[in-house]
Design a protein around this ligand. Structure first.
Ligand code: SF4
Ligand code: SF4
Ligand code: SF4
Length: 290
C-alpha cells in the first residue's frame, strides 16, 4: 500500500473590501505550496466555507460594510491564528476612499438598485472586530513577506526603515527649493530622492520591502506603515518627523511640504492616519507587526 501523503497544516484567505492585490502577491510566492495547504480563498479555491482545523487565517481588505463584518466574525471560529494582511486590513488603505462624501453618495444612490451590502459609517480595520495575532503591512506585502509571516515569523526581522534598504546616498549640499512633481523630471541614480525634491517618506516607513519603489526611482508612499519608533505613538508624531527631515535636508518651504503630505498624491500614506488618529483603540504592539 502506498504511503499516505503527510498532512500539511491548513491555511485560508478571507478577502474583505480591497483590491485583491494582496492575494495576487501571495500567489506570486510559491514556497508555501509544499509546506501548507490552502483550503479557502475564493479567488482560486472552490470551497463554500472555511473548514475546521485551519491553522492560519489571512485577512485582507478592510471592514467596509455589514457583510464584511459578519463574514469576518464568522470566519475566525476554529482558527488558531489570525493575520491581518495589507494596508487595507490594518489601517484602511484605499478603502478609506469610500469615506469621502461624494463616493458614499454615489454608492448609496445605487445600493437599493443592486441590493448591495450596507456601508458602515466608516471603514474599520480588522482588529476593530476580532483579535489579531499578527499584522503584515504593505500594499501589497511582497511575496517574501508573506512567506515570512506564514512559515517563520519568529525568525524574521524587518529593517528599521526603507532608507536602510534603499542604497541611495543622502547629500548635504544638494538642497532643492521646491518639490518635484510626482513622476516628473529625470531621476538621478544613487542619490536620495529627497535631495532631488521628491516627496519620499522612506525615512520613517517600516522596512522589509527591499525598497522596491525607491531603488528604481519612485518615492516611497509609506505603504509599510510607520517604523517601530512611531508605531505606538500618535500619528502626528510620524507626520512631524517627516516634516523635520525635509527641513533638515531641503530649502523647500514647510507649508509646501505640509500641503503635499496631505494631498491625494500620498493617499496610501495619508489613509493610514484615519485609523491611527481615531483615538478609539489602543496602539498596536510593535511586536505583532512583521
Ligand atoms: S492593501 Fe493594497 S494590495 Fe492589499 S487589498 Fe488593499 S489596496 Fe489591494
Ligand atoms: S530615496 Fe527615500 S528611501 Fe531612499 S534614502 Fe532617500 S529618503 Fe530614504
Ligand atoms: S518603498 Fe515604500 S511605498 Fe514602496 S513598497 Fe516599500 S514601503 Fe511601500
Amino acid at each position: 500500500m502506498a504511503d499516505e501523503a503527510p498532512k500539511l497544516p491548513q491555511f485560508a484567505v478571507l478577502s474583505l473590501s480591497g483590491c485583491a492585490g494582496c492575494e495576487v502577491s501571495l500567489l506570486n510566492a510559491s514556497e508555501w505550496c509544499e509546506k501548507l495547504r490552502l483550503v479557502y480563498m475564493p479567488l482560486v479555491v472552490s470551497a463554500h466555507h472555511i473548514p475546521d482545523e485551519v491553522e492560519v487565517l489571512l485577512v485582507s481588505g478592510s471592514v467596509r460594510n455589514d457583510n464584511d463584518a459578519y463574514t469576518l466574525q464568522r470566519a475566525v471560529h476554529n482558527v488558531s491564528r489570525v493575520i491581518a494582511v495589507g494596508t487595507c486590513a490594518i489601517s484602511g488603505g484605499i478603502t478609506h476612499l469610500g469615506d469621502r462624501d461624494d463616493v458614499r453618495e454615489l454608492f448609496l444612490s445605487q445600493s437599493n438598485r443592486f441590493l448591495l451590502p450596507h456601508l458602515l459609517a466608516r471603514t474599520r480595520p480588522v482588529d476593530a472586530f476580532v483579535d489579531v495575532d499578527m499584522y503584515l503591512p504593505g500594499c501589497p506585502p511582497t511575496p517574501d513577506l508573506f512567506m515570512a509571516a506564514l512559515l517563520h515569523p519568529e525568525g524574521y526581522k524587518a529593517s528599521s526603515i526603507v532608507c536602510a534598504e534603499c542604497g541611495r546616498r543622502k547629500l548635504a549640499d544638494m538642497r532643492p527649493k521646491h518639490l518635484t512633481g510626482f513622476q516628473q523630471g529625470e531621476v538621478l541614480p544613487d542619490i536620495c530622492l529627497i535631495n532631488q525634491g521628491y516627496l519620499c517618506v522612506g525615512t520613517s516607513t517600516r522596512g522589509g520591502c527591499h525598497a522596491i519603489c525607491t531603488r528604481p526611482g519612485h518615492p516611497c508612499v509609506g505603504c509599510r506603515g510607520p517604523s517601530n519608533v512611531f508605531i505606538e505613538k500618535e500619528s502626528s508624531v510620524w507626520l512631524e518627523k517627516i516634516q523635520h527631515v525635509f527641513e533638515h535636508m531641503t530649502d523647500i518651504p514647510p507649508e509646501e511640504v505640509n500641503e503635499a503630505l496631505r494631498s491625494p498624491q500620498l493617499s496610501m500614506f495619508l489613509f493610514q492616519f484615519s485609523d491611527y488618529a481615531g483615538g478609539d483603540r489602543p496602539p498596536r504592539s510593535k511586536e505583532k507587526v512583521l
